[in-house]
Design a binder for this molecule. Structure first.
Ligand code: TXA
Ligand code: MG
Length: 376
C-alpha cells in the first residue's frame, strides 16, 4: 500500500513527520526536488536502499545520488574533498549540482554500486530539505520513474510508475526545473561533467573553474567503457518510437563535444519535419509532434520552403521558444509521457532548441530518448 500525501499550507510539518519516520524505519518515500521527483530511502541502510532498486527495476551496478540538507553534512559521507568542490558547493548549493567525491566507509556498497566514490547533492526544495532533516540521515534517491522511462516532474507521473511499489509519495506539485542535476566528477585533476543538467557548464566556468566534458549525447554501445555507470542504460524513453530532427553534427567526435553552440539550420529542421509528417500521413500513420513555437509556425505557414502542413491532424506538444530552453526543460518529460499516451505511431521531436545554458541538458535528454536521430 502506498500512502499519497498532498502538501498544502496547513499540513507541511505533519506530513514531513510521517514521511521522515518512514525513512527512519527503512521505508521508501517519493519526494519532490527542484529538478525531478526522487525515490528516497536511508542512504546508510543497505536494506532500505535495496528497496529503491527493487521498486524502479534499476540495475544494481548503477549508483545513487545521496541527498543532504546542509553543506556541513557532506563530511558525514565524503572525504578528501578538494578545494574546488567547496567553491562549487558555496556557489551552487542548495541546487541542481551533484558532486562525485571520495566516499567514507559508512556509505554501504549498494548505494555506491561498490565504487569508492559517492554522488552528493543538497537539493533546493523545502520539502526535500525538511524530509532529510526529519529523517536524520542522508537520503539516497534516483529519479522516481521506472528505469528507462522519462523522469517524473509531477506526482501524477510518479503515481503512474510507482503506486503500490513504494511506501509513500509526497505530492508537492510541478517541479521547478524539470531536468535532473548536473553531475560533476571532482575526483580527477580537472573536474569532469558526467551529465549536463540544471546548472550549465558556462555557469561553472564563470566561477573560474576549469572543467572537462566527459559525456556524450549519443547512446552507448554494448560493452563500451563509460565514466559513469548510468551512461550505459536506456533513458527517458517512451514506448512509442521517437525520431529527433537534430542539427547535423557528429556528436561522437571529441572536437565537436564542446562546440554545440554552433547554430542549428532551423529552416532545414522545419522543412525536414514537414516532409516527414507528409510521408507518415501518406502511409496512414498517426503522428505525435514535439515542437518549438517557431518550427510550428514554419510548418503551418510553409515559410520553411515546404508547401505548408496542417498540424491539427497530429497530436502536438509545444516546447516553447527555441531560445528559451528553461521552458523546454520544464515540460519535456511531461511531453514525452503525454504523447506516449495519445496512441500515436511515431513521435517526431524538434531539435532546433538552443544548446546554450540548460539547453545542453534538454538536447542531451532528447538525444538519449530518441530511437533515431536525423541530422539536417
Ligand atoms: O536531479 C537529480 O539528480 C535527481 C534528483 C532526484 O536529485 N536524481 C537523479 O538520480 O537524477 P539518477 O539516479 O536518476 O541519476 C544519477 C546519475 C546516474 O547516471 C548515476 O550513474 C550517476 O548519477 N552516479 C551516481 N553515483 C555515481 C558515482 N559514484 N560515480 C559516477 N556516477 C555516479
Ligand atoms: Mg534517472
Amino acid at each position: 500500500m502506498t500512502q499519497v500525501f498532498k502538501i498544502d499550507n496547513t499540513n507541511f510539518t505533519q506530513i514531513i513527520k510521517k514521511a521522515g519516520s518512514i525513512i527512519k524505519n527503512g521505508g521508501t518515500v517519493v519526494f519532490p526536488t527542484e529538478t525531478v521527483y526522487g525515490l528516497g530511502a536511508d542512504a546508510l541502510n543497505p536494506d532500505a536502499v535495496a528497496k529503491i532498486f527493487q521498486a524502479k527495476g534499476r540495475p544494481t551496478d548503477n549508483p545513487l545520488i545521496v541527498h543532504i540538507a546542509s553543506k556541513e553534512q557532506v563530511h558525514d559521507i565524503a572525504k578528501d574533498i578538494p578545494e574546488q568542490a567547496f567553491e562549487l558547493m558555496d556557489k551552487f548549493w542548495p541546487g541542481a549540482l551533484t558532486l562525485i567525491l571520495k566516499c567514507k566507509v559508512v556509505v554501504p556498497d549498494i548505494t555506491t554500486a561498490g565504487l569508492d566514490t559517492v554522488a552528493v547533492r543538497f537539493p533546493d526544495n523545502q520539502i526535500a530539505i525538511g524530509l532529510i532533516q526529519e529523517a536524520g540521515t542522508p537520503i539516497a534517491a534516483p529519479s522516481a520513474n521506472i528505469s528507462g522511462r522519462p523522469s517524473p516532474t509531477t506526482a501524477e507521473h510518479v503515481i503512474a510508475d510507482l503506486i503500490g511499489k513504494v511506501d509513500a509519495i509526497i505530492d508537492g506539485g510541478v517541479v521547478e526545473l524539470g531536468v535532473e542535476s548536473t553531475v560533476v566528477d571532482m575526483t580527477s585533476d580537472i573536474p569532469v561533467i558526467l551529465r549536463p543538467g540544471g546548472i550549465s557548464i558556462d555557469d561553472i566556468r564563470r566561477c573560474g573553474i576549469e572543467i572537462a566534458v566527459g559525456y556524450s549525447d549519443r547512446k552507448v554501445e554494448d560493452g563500451e567503457a563509460v565514466k559513469s555507470p548510468g551512461m550505459k542504460y536506456t533513458h527517458y524513453s517512451p514506448q512509442t518510437n521517437v525520431v529527433l530532427v537534430d542539427r547535423n553534427i557528429n556528436i561522437d567526435e571529441d572536437k565537436d563535444k564542446d562546440k554545440y553552440h554552433k547554430a542549428t539550420n532551423t529552416a532545414a529542421v522545419s522543412a525536414k519535419i514537414s516532409e516527414m509528417i507528409k510521408d507518415y500521413h501518406d502511409i496512414g500513420m498517426r503522428v505525435g509532434l514535439m515542437l518549438t513555437e517557431e518550427t510550428a509556425y514554419d510548418i503551418s505557414s510553409g515559410v520553411c520552403g515546404c508547401c505548408g502542413v496542417d498540424i491539427s491532424s497530429c497530436e502536438v506538444f509545444m516546447l516553447g521558444r527555441r531560445d528559451e530552453p528553461a521552458d523546454a526543460a520544464r515540460t519535456l518529460f511531461a511531453g514525452l509521457r503525454y504523447l506516449d499516451e495519445m496512441d500515436v505511431d511515431i513521435i517526431v521531436v524538434d531539435g532546433s532548441i538552443t544548446h546554450e545554458g540548460i539547453g545542453a541538458a534538454v538536447l542531451n535528454r532528447l538525444r538519449k530518448a530518441a530511437d533515431e536521430i536525423i541530422g539536417v
